[in-house]
Write a protein that binds this ligand. Structure first.
Ligand code: SF4
Length: 353
């Protein structure tokens, strides 16, 4: 039976709570003193979780602090977390925060730098217009840019996470030039805007537009080799005989679980009640992870009906490292709508090789 040695733990310490109200986000609970005290994860819950990690046999646990906005919690909360983590022996525990960046300041940046934390800033391009789904006013866009520049000046490791949508999809060339100038130390990460079947669905980026976007991105980054980007890096890695880091290219989805402010754990990187595993206050992490692997193989994986990028592209031995099946988060009738965009990009890169 498969046993996990490396785990990606997505923690949503304040659930959906956020200080922004992005048009493309369906998390609509707004910040207030009252809501934050109600939904925040308890320190005892994290103490139990981290204690369990120490006895689980895991070698690496990547903590990704996600939201809502994880920086709504104060510095002393995270100082306690870092102290708890420091008690782990024989386990690596890198921390990354995915944030809108507005609640950072010099003190916080220096705290994170001291503890080796990396930040992923959400930023959809170099102009306010590219970020119109995120910031209704230019002031907040400028405030984020100032904080990114401060993080850079103070030597904090960070990446930039860009959602591709109709307001920036045709500007990727210029956005790449901007990213190259900014030179995020951990590169830049692209994600297509996909909003399922709900009221926000019309904002979803069309697969053909995303395919074209990826080809333009690939060509542009050939001219900017010092700028790492998740899609291009994953394709080159896979074609070069290595496992692509990106989960839905390599088939590493089973290494991800998520946990919310109540300590509830789910068998996916996002909260989905269908894949609820149990609560960390009431069960050991080892029990929950055992259940996770069962849920993954009996309920999640079968939805892909044996599909993988490798098989779909004809089982060419040079593509053996592309064992990904697409993303569980975006499944529509068993198919990630951008699956063709991935195979198109790999073929495009193969031709250019
Ligand atoms: S749900 Fe998608 S993004 Fe999340 S780990 Fe799985 S493949 Fe990756």
């Amino acid at each position: 039976m498969k046993v996990l040695r490396n785990l990606n733990l997505i923690i949503r310490p304040v659930n959906d709570l956020c200080n922004l109200d992005c048009a493309y986000c369906d998390a609509k609970e707004r910040y207030s003193r009252d809501t934050i005290s109600r939904v925040s994860v308890k320190r005892e819950t994290l103490k139990k979780l981290i204690g369990d990690i120490g006895t689980s046999g895991l070698k690496t646990v990547r903590f990704t602090w996600h939201g809502g906005e994880p920086l709504l919690l104060p510095d002393d909360f995270y100082e306690d977390v870092f102290e708890m983590q420091a008690g782990l022996s024989g386990v690596e525990y890198p921390n990354t925060f995915q944030t809108n960046g507005l609640l950072l300041d010099e003190k916080r940046i220096l705290l994170f730098k001291k503890h080796g934390v990396a930040i992923g800033f959400s930023l959809d391009g170099n102009r306010h217009e590219h970020n119109a789904y995120r910031f209704p006013d230019k002031e907040r866009f400028e405030a984020l840019m100032a904080n990114i520049r401060l993080a850079k000046k103070l030597g904090l490791r960070f990446s930039v996470i860009m959602v591709a949508h109709d307001k920036n999809v045709r500007e990727i060339g210029k956005i790449c030039d901007f990213m190259a100038e900014l030179a995020p130390p951990n590169g830049f990460i692209v994600s297509p805007l996909f909003l399922g079947q709900g009221a926000l669905a019309p904002l979803t980026i069309r697969p053909d537009d995303f395919s074209e976007f990826l080809r333009t991105l690939y060509d542009k980054l050939e001219l900017l080799p010092g700028l790492p980007c998740n899609y291009v890096y994953a394709v080159k890695k896979g074609l070069g005989g290595g496992v692509p880091k990106m989960c839905f290219f390599s088939g590493r989805c089973a290494n991800f679980v998520s946990i919310n402010g109540a300590g509830d754990m789910f068998s996916t990187c996002h909260e989905n009640s269908r894949y609820f595993l149990g609560n960390i206050d009431q069960a050991s992490l080892s029990e929950l992870l055992k259940k996770h692997l069962e849920v993954y193989s009996s309920e999640i994986e079968p939805q892909f009906a044996g599909r993988s990028i490798y098989r779909e592209m004809g089982g060419d031995p040079s593509l053996i490292y592309f064992q990904g099946k697409g993303c569980t988060r975006r499944l529509v009738d068993g198919l990630d709508p951008y699956f063709r965009s991935y195979t198109d990009l790999i073929r495009y890169a193969q031709k250019k090789k």
